[in-house]
Design a protein around this ligand. Structure first.
Ligand code: GDP
Length: 424
């Protein structure tokens, strides 16, 4: 059984909490793309954890967690994340955390370049998390990167690194006029942090193929959502990797395998961190109330997130791009304060109403068409069965299901692991 858990929107849909919940029935959880630029917040009986790089199955003692070749890994950040979890009593060993030898290492100069470029752009910045993700993915496709498996061959790695550093310095020093990159410092960094991680490095393709042959179940965990996908998202305000489910087997190291199930995680309203078109965005008091109610501040950066009502156009597009078989609707409880719930049902582009997600300038010009549906206006955070939900909440779920054209199987009503309802 191969299942992907993916984001339908702009990210921050609550994928981490759904992976934490649904991984109970899985043997392996695999992260397949991205780096430490996003954060999954997971809250359960063990505490509250922010996971940037580690798969969210790490909190389950019987689950093996793997970090795929589609990822970019900042070694220092990963060591810090592992230390923090170990201090909280979570066991992390080469048996339950495996890292692909093909995963790319995000080096300190990638982080530096991210910051230098955002500063250079000034007001035209991308709103990057400044964690080196775009520069390292760029270098991956330029074939100028060091991979996790290279840590196992230090002499060959150091030799290649010399040429790469020389090349990279053309940008960092000659271009941005920053200090020269120190080759020795990069080697020291790789030895210090790589040394702590190299026992986790393996050929994930071999490992996963064997496990699947034995009948083990694998869950793929996405970072960010469909609208941040490098190919299908709001380019150039996307992430630099493929967040869509079709990439999951590739990014996990088993490109020949097909998914059995794709569960899309879709939020009951919208949020978007960083720059870029966000048609349904709300402003002023209305936005502040929703941001407060939903605690919409970035897990990786603490930045206040932009918020808006549920966006039918963007979500329907997200469901299609992800090929979602079923959905989990998260953070329903956040809307409990509203008498009537706004929904963005269509976009108006140059006087024409559209239900399809527009491209480029049309997206920038799009205005939201807002309609209202009745709110339930009571606390639903204690509901655990479909019958516990008020009629208006059930109507909202049915309305969204119809609007996006996909079954909503789970509804979450709080951040805790058990705060959800299975809708049969
Ligand atoms: P991810 O990156 O998709 O995993 O999402 P984030 O972790 O960035 O954001 C989701 C946030 O919402 C986290 O702080 C979760 O603890 C919280 N959360 C998840 N599900 C629910 C829910 O049903 N209700 C409420 N109130 N909070 C939730």
């Amino acid at each position: 059984m191969l299942t992907a858990i993916v984001g339908i929107n702009w990210g921050d849909e609550g994928k981490g909490r759904m992976v934490d919940l649904l991984s109970e029935n899985y043997d392996i959880v695999a992260r397949y793309q991205g780096g430490n630029n996003a954060g999954h917040t997971v809250q359960n009986h063990l505490g509250k954890f922010i996971l940037n790089l580690l798969p969210s199955g790490i909190l389950r003692p019987d689950v093996v967690n793997v970090m795929g070749p589609g990822m970019v890994i900042d070694l220092q950040h990963l060591c810090g994340e592992i230390d923090r979890l170990r201090q909280a009593g979570i066991r992390i060993t080469p048996d339950n955390l495996k890292i692909s030898d093909r995963a790319i290492i995000c080096l300190p100069y990638h982080v530096q370049q991210d910051g230098l470029e955002e500063d250079r752009l000034g007001d035209a910045k991308y709103g990057s998390t400044r964690r080196g993700i775009a520069p390292v993915y760029g270098d991956k496709y330029l074939k100028k990167c060091i991979r996790m498996g290279d840590l196992l061959y230090p002499e060959a790695m150091k030799k290649r690194l010399r040429g790469i550093v020389e090349w990279k310095d053309l940008f960092i020093h000659d271009g941005y006029k920053a200090d020269h990159i120190s080759y020795d410092e990069i080697v020291g960094w790789l030895e210090t942090y790589g040394g702590q991680l190299k026992d986790h490095v393996c050929d994930l393709g071999v490992y996963l193929t064997e496990q699947i042959q034995k009948g083990k179940k694998v869950m793929f965990e996405a970072q960010l959502g469909a609208l941040r996908d490098i190919d299908f998202g709001i380019y150039p305000f996307t992430s630099s990797s493929s967040t869509i489910s079709a990439y999951a087997p590739i990014g996990a190291g088993i490109p020949g395998k097909k998914l059995d199930l794709c569960i899309g995680i879709m939020k009951a309203y919208s949020s978007c961190v960083g720059e870029g078109p966000f048609t349904c965005e709300m402003f002023g008091k209305e936005a502040e109330e929703l941001r407060e109610a939903g605690g919409e501040y970035g897990a990786a950066t603490g930045r206040p997130r932009r918020v808006g009502p549920f966006d039918v156009v963007a979500s329907r597009y997200g469901v299609r791009m992800q090929g979602a078989d079923e959905l989990a609707l998260t953070k329903m409880d956040v809307l409990s304060y509203l008498d009537k719930i706004p929904v963005c049902t269509a976009y108006e582009v140059n006087g024409t109403i559209t239900h399809e997600f527009p491209f480029g300038d049309h997206l920038n010009e799009a205005k939201p068409v807002i309609e209202y549906v009745p709110g339930w206006h009571c606390d639903i955070s204690g509901c655990r069965k479909k019958e516990d939900l008020p009629k208006e909440a059930l109507d909202y779920v049915a309305y969204l299901e119809k609007a996006v054209g996909c079954k909503i199987r789970y509804v979450s009503v709080g951040p805790d692991r058990d705060a959800y309802i299975e809708m049969n």
